[in-house]
Write a new protein. Sequence first.
Length: 144
Amino acid sequence: MPLKPVRRQIFVALALIVNEKGEILLGKRHDPRNRGMHGKWEFPGGKVEFGEKPEDTVAREAREEVALDVVAEKVMNIYSWFHPDRPHIQVILMAYLARPTNTGVARPNCREVSEVAWVTIDQALSIDLIENNKSILNDLKKAL
């Protein structure tokens, strides 16, 4: 009898980084092991480590993924979805509005990010996004 995968939850904090022009920063995911996410655009972010505050995760992940120092200003919303390649994993996303605190240039800063782009929300909605990011963008559009 095959073993059933263990159901679990992952807590993720996202950085919705908005610049002075009202553009948002997205990174293109390079992760061939995750077919449902590889080559798609997404917000910088990642798993909240044990003992870490979600707003600290936002700052850490932005620095690690797109080489920007940011401050998480406020929680926009909390979302729940299931991983596209692993339906036994529920992902809880806490999306923070964030702003850059330095004048650095956003650039890929790790192997999981192949490109970065500042785009308008309408432009972002027309590119190949990770599915759950579309609802976040629609909420962000209403908030801004």
